[in-house]
Design a protein around this ligand. Sequence first.
Ligand code: IPM
Ligand code: MG
Length: 355
Amino acid sequence: MKIAVIPGDGIGPDIIRQARKVLNRVSKVYKTAFEFQELPMGGAAIDKFGVPLPEETLKVCKNSDAVLLGAVGGEKWDNLPGHLRPEAGLLGIRKGLGVFANLRPAILFPQLKSASALKEEVLGDGLDIMVVRELTGGIYFGQRGRRTGSFGQEAWDTEAYSASEVERVARVAFEIARKRKKKLMSIDKANVLESSRLWREVVCKVAEEYPDVALEHMYVDNAAMQLIRNPRQFDVIVTTNMFGDILSDEASMLTGSLGMLPSASLGEGKLGLYEPIHGSAPDLAGLNKANPIATILSAAMMLRYSFDREDAAAAVETAVGNVLEQGFRTPDIMQPGMMLVGTEEMGDKITAEIN
Ligand code: IPM
Ligand code: MG
């Protein structure tokens, strides 16, 4: 299996190193050969090649079986024009690989209940929400620009969706819902936005093919509130690029930390892009403080979705649970009575649990 690895900026290289340790261990225990190729993207690529996504990086990724990505961005590149910022590299690779469905599972490890932003009684016996975020359309990719209006400078962005873009991500979400509790919540702003009204129409049409799945709709503002009030009403969520960006960060705090949430971005084929949902946290870079679990769980998703190795994926997830059970915590999920460890130690402990 050829894995393209993009460490990126900030804590990216720190957390990617841990995921690679885990994968090396998986390769020994499960007798699968992984071939890693490290590639530049984001700020690291801007510094070296003047662009956030070198052509060669995208080409190698397209010819790989999976792409594992750390995070990109940092203050140093914040004042560059939009198309030359590190984030443009991230959007470019998502679009370039055609990975339109971004799966962001928000799962609360029982050991982290007290680290959740919510009260224990709201969490009940756990949380397991799958957010399916549309990833290659909407306002992230619509026309944008600046112009002079009657009151001076103006800036504009466009939220645009085609029916086929909505249809294919809806289908992914229905398929996932079918394998879970057969409940799907589509989140939009159809009371205001025309693009949301099309979104809702198309989702309803796809629903006809899935009579066994109960579809409901919710406005995004209400969804933001309901996620805090009663998160256990959600099972699978499907939503637009921007709403999914926002709601998945919110969902991460229900699970204890942004440092816990992995993601898998999938398209038509097996090639997937795997990355934690968090950013590059430049203030933590190189300090051995970042939580590598989101990236390690992203590698587990890679084993599951791109390599069809449910056994190995589950082993990695169990290893994470075991290490939390033993009481080891990175600073972001530290709780009284637990043992504080750094990025490297967390990676080592999880690796050691895979056997
Ligand atoms: C994410 C991130 C990115 C996004 C940023 C870094 C461009 O927030 O993956 O959620 O908005 O998609
Ligand atoms: Mg985000």
